[in-house]
Ligand binder design. Structure first.
Ligand code: GUN
Length: 282
């Protein structure tokens, strides 16, 4: 078997076109464009790329983007003051603080300072709790983007054995909650999991977000499984690869996401969806 490609790039373009149409309608009705504030502290090169992609996506769909590129020396007090100001600004519907933050800033304190109503990353404990109690408001972008990609491809999740590899707050844990809400039977694996290959081999659907190049081997994949690779790793030769060995996994899977062009574009499309949803509700 050779898997079908889950084309996140194309599906994300569809989602962005839907968003752009709704922004045009808002502007025709003299409503504010959706506004997204993107805060970057320091000069992490990967974060700079992600933030640039987010700003470009905002421009493409007609959002107002409020960019704050702050020096690594920014104090936590100053960052919290900026968030307080953005929480009060009616032109700003979404606030995103790019992670990771420099060591002298506590990410939990920062995330909790963002108004849950403007928390378009879905990282505030209020929004995590809403997702965990099946009353989602703003859901984390990467897992929700994966759900959109699967839904738009017509893949039914109810009753599947799903295995999530990686237990981060950004990907693994909210991915589990999303899959549970879709009635999958979910296992979460992490660095203390015993016999990871055996766990992956039981999966009808496997989602991997660990940040280790080619960590999941193709011969672990159950024939016919759906493989979602959240990893984006840059190799020494400058090329990008995922957390799953792509070619050997593709030979066994029924569906697989490529890297790049799989989950990454869906994350950004979902960020735009979340920001639009806040604007439409305000
Ligand atoms: N760092 C890596 N992924 C993300 C994300 O989705 N949002 C934010 N704010 N930071 C990140």
């Amino acid at each position: 078997m050779s898997a079908n490609i889950l084309d996140g790039k194309a599906i994300a373009a569809e989602v962005r076109a839907e968003i752009k149409a709704q922004v045009t309608e808002r502007l025709e009705q003299d409503q504010l464009p959706p506004g997204l504030a993107v805060i970057l502290v320091g000069e992490n090169p990967a974060s700079q790329v992600y933030v640039r992609n987010k700003k470009n996506a905002c421009k493409e769909v007609g959002f107002a983007d409020f960019a704050y590129d702050l020096p690594a020396s920014t104090t936590q007090v100053d960052l919290l003051a900026l968030i307080d100001e953005l929480n009060e600004n009616p032109e700003v519907h979404g606030i995103l603080v790019q992670l990771p933050l420099p060591d002298h800033i506590n990410p939990e304190t920062v995330i909790e300072r963002i108004s849950p109503a403007k928390d378009v990353d879905g990282f505030h404990p209020y929004n995590v709790g809403r997702l965990a109690t099946r009353m989602p408001k703003l859901a984390p972008c990467t897992p929700h983007g994966v759900m959109t990609m699967l839904a738009k491809t017509g893949i039914e999740l109810r009753g599947l054995n799903a295995v999530v590899v990686g237990a981060s707050n950004i990907v693994g844990v909210p991915m589990v909650l999303e899959l549970l809400n879709a009635r999958a039977t979910v296992t979460i694996c992490h660095s203390a999991t015993k016999d990871l290959p055996a766990k992956v081999a039981e999966a009808d659907l496997v989602v991997v977000g660990v940040g280790i190049p080619n960590m999941v081997k193709g011969d672990w994949i159950k024939p016919g499984a759906i493989v979602i690779d959240v990893g984006i790793n840059r190799l020494d030769d400058g090329s990008l690869c995922g957390d799953v060995e792509f070619e050997s996994a593709k030979a066994r899977a029924s569906w697989i996401t490529p890297v790049p062009g799989g989950v990454g574009p869906m994350t950004i499309a979902t960020l735009l969806q979340n920001t639009l949803a806040v604007a439409q509700a305000s």
